[in-house]
Write a protein that binds this ligand. Sequence first.
Ligand code: ATP
Length: 218
Amino acid sequence: MTCKPQGLQALFGGTFDPIHYGHLRPVEALAKQVGLQRVILLPNHVPPHRPQPQASPMQRLEMVQLAVQNNPLFTVDTRELQKSTPSYTLETLSELREELGSTQPLAFIIGQDSLLSINTWYGWEQLLEKCHLLVCARPGYSTHFSNPQMQLWLSQHQTDNPRQLSLQAKGLIFIADTPLVNISATEIRQKLSSGDSCNDLIPHAVLEYIQAHHLYQE
Ligand code: ATP
């Protein structure tokens, strides 16, 4: 029996402290470019030795849910937040790969800044054994590694043909031509703490939640 290729779905992990249009707009454009059927937002548990998010895990999750509540492209996966300890991305991808089986295409979305530091991720060499990587443009970053070995790794896996992503289950890197959206969560937290407007930077429902819960005021 031959297995017909099914739609391409992708995970998008992040701290989302808070989620903003710099996360959502490039990913929506990416979904159109490569024909993503579903984007699964995956809020992370942040390890204790890393700078802690200002919002609690539950608040970050609720903001993510509000941001995409009327957008059928997105779903939210709470598996990392439900665990009592932080999980590595590789572990989560391994779990999903088990659930999907070996032939279904799966991708993981990152911004260019994350691509350039990917060799600091636990087990990064094995990521492409589980999924494709889809890279969104981010202002101030490129896709050029200063380390020649990393540049070689990129060139060995990169494809310019988005159709390949649905035909293969894993193993490819696609650098997407997404709009540059100059927004960061750090900038949003700073603006909110100084009382500046963030109306154009985050979805309205998320802004209302932030105000109702008095988040990011210090
Ligand atoms: P901070 O601004 O505090 O560094 P962040 O928004 O970069 O926060 P995360 O929420 O963890 O941090 O980001 C999740 C993912 O979204 C990462 O892969 C990151 O590269 C990507 N990302 C975040 N902002 C943008 C943006 N403006 N354009 C493209 N990708 C982005």
